[in-house]
Design a protein around this ligand. Structure first.
Ligand code: AGP
Length: 622
């Protein structure tokens, strides 16, 4: 996934593009660049590495150009170097563009374009798009084949012709040297938003690059393009039909995307969880009647209550939340449920019986594999619901109905507050479906009362950050860790392992604790850290046995336990105490110390916590 930003207004574009790229850097950060257009001339600046590297090569004072495009990259084709960095200019030198997404048929197109006399400099798929537009632009035609009434019309036509040849996903921002008063944006499968300010326009991959300039935005739909001229814009389809643009209020605020005194976004987002969970739950729980009100899917609740099977599909952390959801739907609503990796589900030709409901879980709402899984489910006639954080994202718009997580922008690549919100949404849904099927009002009320008490319980865990930091410091030199849990804490063991892996680069494996003796116990070496989630729950005694198995072989046990449990002490080299809650809601609490542990391990290793190597916040490629 990459970040693209473009500006056309009355102010110098250079600083605005740089600030916008910094807001988008979490989307990809292996190379960066920008192109300015002034007096029908391009100024192109590109570099490997972070935005900071790009700033070093920019002119001071900034150029006066008021039109430009910028890009921060997560490499899909071609190494992160200057040649492959965006923007890419076509072989005629007339067209410059930045791209987020993947062009699947780039090799075929490249071969054809070379035969047509085009030249290439980079290994990227993006340069194919630039050359394709340049090729059609050089044909100097318009839709009816006659001479072009204006360069701008010719530019639009060339973009439409080129895009209709491309198979894949893209968000594009495009300039043409002959049209120094025109900026074109195109959306197909990757996010693109148009910010509409006072005599200025911003195109960006997400609202965080727009919000400090305007709160008015047009969320482009797939297959739409926007042409921005000096003080106006028009939206149309790629077959040139006019589209009435709908201006919407951007729902995030500037302070939500600022660090606000924290050292990292991940640290801030872990600390936000009491508040973000309250926001996620607010207005959705009617304690008096033991009811849940999820506006976005209210119309689907009857169908959901009767469904024979629920399939949850997602990737990464969202998949772990889906595994918790599977247990919740089965235990609270007694509905058969299973969680599927979206990347597997999409290729498995799955059997979806009549009445199956699919729930897609995604923080970004742009994950390519999850999008493809949704398409598969829809092709098979399933009702598809979404549990998504980013408002107006592609998944939010593709699904038949859905529930927003409402936790605000999650900027740290490692997902934290989105995970607890995903589990909270699934918990609310499972309770409501259970109540409609067999749960008594009293039980439903009791569960909802406990659910609304969770945010406060998280607060007490956050106060233990220093204790957890010391535990991380005592074990951070170890190269292989195990994370073990049972029942509702098994998915949390998987999530804890993923958190450690993705930001501290320490190898870690999450397992159902009972699985140890079926092989992994052979891994235990002297001093090897094994993180056990051994809170008061149905399988507490069993997990004590698993802890003893590890200790007997010299493993070092880090145990997450329930406050007041003194019985656990002899089994633990380190204990992290957390408040008690029912089995169903344990993941909302037990995950927090593991998030904090991973955070401190990454900081102790001196890694960039918010932008870990090789990763991006949302994987919009396959
Ligand atoms: C989790 O910390 C990772 N950032 C990653 O596994 C992420 O959860 C996954 O890529 C799914 O992203 P999504 O929720 O935006 O679809």
């Amino acid at each position: 996934m990459c970040g693209i930003v473009a500006y056309f207004g009355r102010k110098p574009a250079q600083p605005i593009l740089i600030e916008g790229l910094k807001r988008l850097e979490y989307r990809g950060y292996d190379s960066a660049g920008l192109a300015l257009l002034e007096h029908s001339d391009f100024s192109i600046y590109k570099t490997p590495g972070r935005i900071a590297n790009l700033e070093v090569i920019l002119p001071v004072p900034p150029q006066k150009a008021v039109l430009g495009i910028g890009h921060t990259r997560w490499a899909t084709h071609g190494q992160p170097n200057t040649t492959n960095a965006h923007p890419h200019v076509d072989y005629t030198g007339k067209i410059a563009l930045v791209h987020n997404g993947i062009i699947e048929n780039y090799a075929t197109l490249k071969k054809w374009l070379i035969k047509e006399g085009c030249t290439f400099k980079s290994e990227t798929d993006t340069e194919v798009a630039a050359n394709l537009i340049g090729y059609f632009y050089s044909k100097n035609q318009t839709r009816d084949g006659r001479g072009c009434p204006s360069e701008c019309d010719r530019f639009e036509w060339a973009v439409q012709q080129a895009i209709n040849e491309i198979v894949g996903t893209f968000g594009l921002a495009i300039l043409c040297r002959d049209c120094p008063e025109t900026l074109i944006g195109v959306k197909k499968g990757s996010p693109l938003i148009l910010g509409v300010g006072k005599n200025e326009f911003i195109i960006a991959s997400d609202a965080s690059a727009i919000i400090e300039h305007t709160s008015q935005a047009v969320y482009l739909s797939d297959g739409e393009m926007v042409t921005i001229c000096r003080d106006s814009f028009s939206t149309k389809t790629l077959s040139n039909e006019t589209v009435d643009a709908e201006l919407k209020e951007i729902e995030i605020s500037l302070d939500q995307i600022e660090l606000e005194g924290f050292s990292h976004y991940m640290q801030k987002e872990i600390a936000e969880q009491p508040a973000s969970l309250e926001t996620c739950l607010n207005g959705r729980i009617d304690l008096k009647n033991g009811r849940v009100v999820l506006g976005g899917i209210q119309s689907r609740l009857r169908e959901l209550t009767r469904t024979k099977r629920i399939i949850l599909t997602a990737c990464g952390t969202a998949w772990h939340a889906g595994l918790v959801g599977e247990f919740l739907f089965e235990q609270l609503a007694r509905i058969p449920a299973e969680v599927e990796y979206a990347s597997e589900f999409r290729y498995r030709n799955p059997i979806l019986e009549e009445g199956t409901v699919v729930i897609a879980i995604s923080q970004s709402g742009e994950t390519a594999d999850t999008l493809a899984a949704i398409e598969q489910a829809k092709e098979r006639g399933a009702t598809v619901l979404g549990a998504v954080n980013v408002v107006g994202s592609t998944i939010a718009r593709m699904t038949d109905a859905g529930v927003y997580l409402r936790v605000g922008p999650e900027i740290g690549v490692a997902s934290t507050k989105a995970f607890t919100a995903q589990v909270a949404v699934l918990s609310m849904l499972a309770i409501e479906l259970g109540r409609r099927r067999h749960l008594s009002n009293d039980v439903a009320e009791g569960l909802l009362k406990e659910l609304v008490a969770i945010p406060n319980k998280i607060k007490s865990i956050l106060t233990q950050s220093e204790i957890i930091r010391d535990i991380a410091a005592a074990n951070v030199d170890r190269e292989n860790w195990l994370f073990l849990g049972r029942g509702f804490n098994y998915p949390v063991a998987l999530e804890g392992a993923l958190k450690l892996k993705e930001i501290s680069y320490i190898h870690a494996e999450g397992l159902p604790a009972a699985e140890m003796k079926h092989g992994p116990i052979a891994l235990i070496t002297d001093g090897m850290p094994a993180v056990f989630i051994a809170t008061r729950c149905a399988q507490y005694d069993k997990i004590i046995g698993n802890i003893e198995e590890v200790r007997a072989r010299g493993g070092r046990t880090i145990v997450v336990a329930t406050e007041g449990d003194e019985q656990i002490r002899p089994y633990a080299d380190h204990v992290i105490y957390i408040p008690d809650t029912c089995d169903y809601f344990q993941p909302l609490l037990t995950v927090v110390p593991l998030q904090i542990l991973a955070y401190h391990a990454a900081v102790l290793h001196g890694h960039d916590v918010d932008k870990p190597r090789n990763l991006a916040k949302s994987v919009t490629v396959e």
